[in-house]
Ligand binder design. Structure first.
Ligand SMILES: [Zn+2]
Length: 294
């Protein structure tokens, strides 16, 4: 049995995984000052309560960049430079420890779940835009640990909004939850709308489903930029399937259908038939993928 640990900004999801299936799961709060200690103590307690004597390993999905199990930066939690193996060995001296960026863990989780595809990308739309790439069943890390950081692909130059990374016109500035809000504000004066002046990305999607002109325009733009990004990915990594996950993706078919419509026009003829679909594991992909690292 393996523990899959998905560390988030506010909660840590922990799954007990056997034969690549989550057989039990629970959550604990994320505390900056005792992050690894809390996780390890909770795992030890869980094992004691459930009479589990031995586990094969602990896999981690972390919201930041990690190379060779060394966590360099967790910007949303405010932690840097954690030697994960060293910290975990204090509690579990002989266990195998593996870690990956959370987007990478999530896409690995989806490929473990959908066994038929061993080549996949998962685009996560949340506060930012993340992406994990799995090729031949293995996560693509890259030389600097940023393979698949498509949120900073400079493809929205028409708007040229400033990005948190210091560049301008990144995909994330128009396709994240904040990007959706930014686009709606930008186009507000040109379209009729029932959108209040204080609103969220979810409001934009909800009103688009009611044919609100401004919101439909915004979703069309978001879909266009995501399709453009997938068209670029398709002739770069050429995978079987592109999963769309994360909070913004809860908008459902209106977004997926919009992406497909634009992708049909933007994509190279050899990759027209790729699958673009909603991620199916919702909150469990990160845990399963983290366990799959072992
Ligand atoms: Zn950027």
């Amino acid at each position: 049995m393996i523990f899959g640990v998905d560390i988030g900004g506010t909660t840590i999801k922990i799954g007990l995984v056997d034969n690549l299936k989550i057989i039990d799961k629970y959550e604990i709060p994320t505390k900056k000052d005792s992050l690894i200690k809390d996780i390890c103590e909770s795992l030890r307690n869980y094992m004691k309560e459930h009479n589990i004597e031995k586990i094969e390993g602990i896999g981690f999905g972390v919201p930041g960049n990690v190379i060779n199990n060394y966590i360099y930066n967790l910007p949303n939690i405010g932690l840097k430079n954690i030697d994960l193996e060293k910290e975990v060995y204090k509690y579990f001296p002989n266990v195998v420890v593996k870690a990956q960026n959370d987007a990478n863990a999530a896409v690995l989780g989806e490929t473990l779940y959908h066994r038929e595809y061993q080549n996949a990308c998962m685009i996560t739309l949340g506060t930012g835009v993340g992406c994990g790439i799995v090729l031949d069943g293995k996560v693509l890390e890259g030389r600097h640990g940023v393979a698949g950081e498509i949120g900073h692909m400079p493809i929205a130059e028409e708007y040229n909004f400033a990005c948190t990374c210091g560049l301008k016109g990144c995909l994330e500035t128009v396709a994240s939850a904040t990007g959706v809000v930014r686009l709606a504000d930008f186009h507000r004066s040109s379209f009729r709308t029932a959108l209040p002046y204080k609103f969220s990305a979810k409001d934009v999607f909800d009103l688009a489903k009611k044919n609100d002109q401004l919101c439909l325009e915004v979703i069309d733009k978001v879909s266009y930029y995501l399709a453009k990004c997938i068209a670029i990915l398709a002739i770069t990594v050429d995978v079987d399937v592109y999963y769309i996950g994360g909070g913004v993706s809860k908008a459902g078919s209106i977004l997926i259908e919009g992406i497909k419509k634009h992708y049909a026009k933007l994509s190279h003829y050899a990759v027209k038939n790729v699958k673009i679909e909603a991620a199916s594991l919702l909150n469990d992909a990160g845990m399963l993928g983290a366990a799959g690292l072992i």
